[in-house]
Design a protein around this ligand. Structure first.
Ligand code: F6P
Length: 325
């Protein structure tokens, strides 16, 4: 194995996701083990552009595996969209002797990495987003923790809804994707799920499900609303259901609590293996790749090819929700 790289950089960008710290640790520990120095840029591309970084030694990533968030901080950086910003990022790497950059984030963050690869920097992507919306990978770090967190919250809301024989609407995250919504609709036994991939569901249809559910003798109904389903707002829908059916209805927006918390074993494991593989591939001379999960196995794909993959919506999980309702 040829080890020509002497120093790499790492950053976390976009919405943070539980497990990012485990990925940082895996990258740092693997790199140090192979004699590579690591610097961590703070606040994503913002730190790269401004030259705001910390040296990451063995101790600096101790005891972070179990923590949510990212020790490197994260941001959505508008300056990375400008030619000047991209050049400044490259200049920082040259000045510090950083030969390759590991980027942990979602599609926006990895698109930023492509811009830098076009300017000659070696890059390596690790998918980190609770939304699971990177089409090239079956898994993105943070998803499992977010679903588990939402599951616990929805169970609690269900307890009180059942006591009061109410309908509850629970909004979960997912900017353009309904994966958290679909998973939670199944694992929390929801009667209906509203996701951006199925935008044609009408308010009448939603109300019909609530009424039929009552007729079946169920004490309460749960509607999981993915935030990307923009046709209705949670509180407005609650008011309308109550007005049209007489069934008391409350809305709960889970929001950012889904992005925090200690990562599950699954997230820690995927993050550790992807982080390890990212460095390993760089050492083999493979770069400009994204670490992915494909057909249940760890793999990697060219970053441009990966970002060009189109998400294909599969109705299977939705059908389960309909069947179980
Ligand atoms: O990164 C994923 C995500 O949590 C989405 O589900 C959500 O729409 C968005 O980020 C929220 O971003 P911000 O924290 O910048 O408001």
């Amino acid at each position: 194995m040829s080890n020509q790289i002497k120093k790499i950089g790492i950053l976390t960008s976009g919405g943070d996701a539980p497990g990012m710290n485990a990925a940082i640790r895996a990258v740092v520990r693997t790199a140090l083990d192979r004699g590579i120095e690591v610097v961590g840029f703070l606040r994503g591309y913002d730190g790269l552009i401004k030259g705001d970084y910390i040296n990451l030694d063995h101790k600096s990533v101790s005891n972070i595996m179990q923590t949510g968030g990212t020790i490197l901080l994260s941001a959505r950086c508008k300056e990375m969209m400008t030619d000047e910003g991209k050049q400044k990022a490259i200049d920082t790497c040259k000045k510090l002797g950083v030969e390759a950059l590991v980027v942990i984030g979602g599609d926006g963050s990895l698109t930023g990495a492509v811009h830098l690869s076009n300017l000659g920097l070696k890059i390596m992507g690790i998918p980190g987003t609770i939304d699971l919306d990177l089409a090239c990978s079956e898994y993105t770090i943070g998803f499992d923790t977010a679903v588990n967190t939402a599951m616990e919250c929805i169970d609690k809301v269900k307890d009180t809804s059942a006591s009061h024989e109410r309908c509850c609407i629970i909004e979960v995250m997912g900017r353009n994707a309904g994966y958290i919504g679909l998973w939670n609709a199944i694992v929390n036994g929801a009667e209906e799920v509203l996701i951006p991939e199925k935008p044609d569901v009408t308010e009448e249809e939603i109300i019909d499900i609530v009424v039929k559910n009552k007729e079946k003798g169920k004490a309460s109904s749960v509607i999981v609303l993915a935030e990307g389903f923009t046709k209705v707002k949670a509180h407005e829908l609650a008011k309308n259901i109550e007005a049209k059916t007489g069934i008391e209805t409350r809305a709960t927006i889970l929001g950012h609590l889904q992005r925090g918390g200690s990562p599950t074993a699954i997230d820690r494991m995927h993050a550790s293996i992807m982080g390890y593989r990212a460095v390993d591939e760089l050492l083999k001379g493979n770069y400009n790749r994204i670490m992915i999960m494909k057909d249940g196995k760890y793999s990697d794909i060219d970053v441009v090819e990966g970002l060009n993959c189109k998400r294909v919506y599969n109705d299977d999980l939705y059908k389960l929700v309909e069947t179980f309702a």
